[in-house]
Design a protein around this ligand. Structure first.
Ligand SMILES: [Zn+2]
Length: 300
């Protein structure tokens, strides 16, 4: 039995897994801006699930950030976790060891274990929604890396930029032209507004493109070329078997056909034919549940 907890900015979700089967699921509102209350909420969820699983169940936790080598949380957009010894505090409350990983790493772990990339050797899991995060799983293990940032390619610059993509939009991280500023949902909407003069959400843009709206089609084509370049640079470094997309932008159907058709232009030593590149691009199987499932699978 495994317990997984996904600490999000608005909800904390917890599941008990028996093998891959969810036997219980709980969620509560995140006590924003309150670290002690967040600890209490996580501990209460785990305690409740232990009534079902028994006390021997393992506990994994996904957080919107990373654990630094100091043991303190860093890079969390849930800022009240930053600088806190979350793992030590949770282990003290729960009386067991706890594994903690970045939420994008949990997503990749879930999809590599029993999701859309099950059985693949090297998996790059990407969440493209309000931001962009990614994680790497190699032969069933999360690759966290020396700095705890493996897979975090969203704040690299968009590769092979066109002249009108330089320097690119300003990013909250302090740089300009980050991949996230182009591929996130707000990034696509801002690009569409700049070029088409209309403020529309990504689902509205995708729907308009499928109806034949020329401005929306142009936005989709720019987006797909950018995603193809961003992922080609990952293929050139990591060479994953499977790239799994999750998050809101993963619901745009056309990217799964168009992006792999485009990316061979930038993949090293490919001749421009899509069949040269064996990496596949697939939609997440477990959707929003992958974060919490992957947290449970940290004890695999
Ligand atoms: Zn950035």
């Amino acid at each position: 039995m495994r317990i997984g907890v996904d600490v999000g900015g608005t909800k904390i979700e917890a599941v008990a897994l028996d093998g891959g089967r969810v036997i219980e699921r709980l969620r509560v509102d995140t006590p924003r801006d309150d670290y002690a209350a967040t600890l209490d909420a996580i501990a209460a969820l785990v305690t409740n699930l232990r009534n079902t699983t028994g006390s021997a169940a393992t506990v994994g936790v996904g957080i919107p950030g990373t654990i630094a080598t100091t043991g303190l949380v860093k890079n969390a957009n849930s800022t009240w976790l930053i600088g806190r010894p979350l793992q030590v505090d949770l282990e003290a409350r729960l009386g067991c060891s706890v594994r903690i990983a970045n939420d994008a790493n949990c997503f990749a772990m879930s999809e590599a274990t029993d999701g859309a990339a099950a059985g693949a050797d090297v998996v790059f899991g990407v969440i493209v929604g309000t931001g962009t995060g990614a994680g790497v799983v190699v032969r069933g293990n999360v690759l966290s890396g020396a700095n705890g940032i493996a897979g975090e390619w969203g704040h690299n610059p968009l590769p092979w930029p066109d002249d009108d993509e330089r320097p690119g939009p300003a990013c909250y991280c302090g740089k300009s032209g980050c991949i996230e500023t182009f591929l996130s949902g707000p990034g696509m909407a801002a690009d569409h507004e700049r070029r088409a003069g209309r403020h529309e959400s990504p689902p509205e843009i995708a729907a308009a493109a499928s109806r034949g709206d020329r401005a929306a089609i142009a936005t989709m084509e720019r987006y797909e070329r950018r995603m193809a370049r961003a992922l080609a640079s990952v293929i050139n470094v990591l060479d994953p078997d499977v790239i799994v997309l999750g998050g809101g932008m993963s619901n745009i159907d056309r990217v799964y056909e168009n992006v792999p058709r485009l990316w061979s232009e930038w993949v090293f030593a490919a001749t421009g034919s899509a069949s040269d590149v064996r990496t596949t691009l697939v939609r997440a199987k477990h959707g929003d549940a992958s974060g919490v499932r992957g947290a449970a699978w940290l004890w695999r």
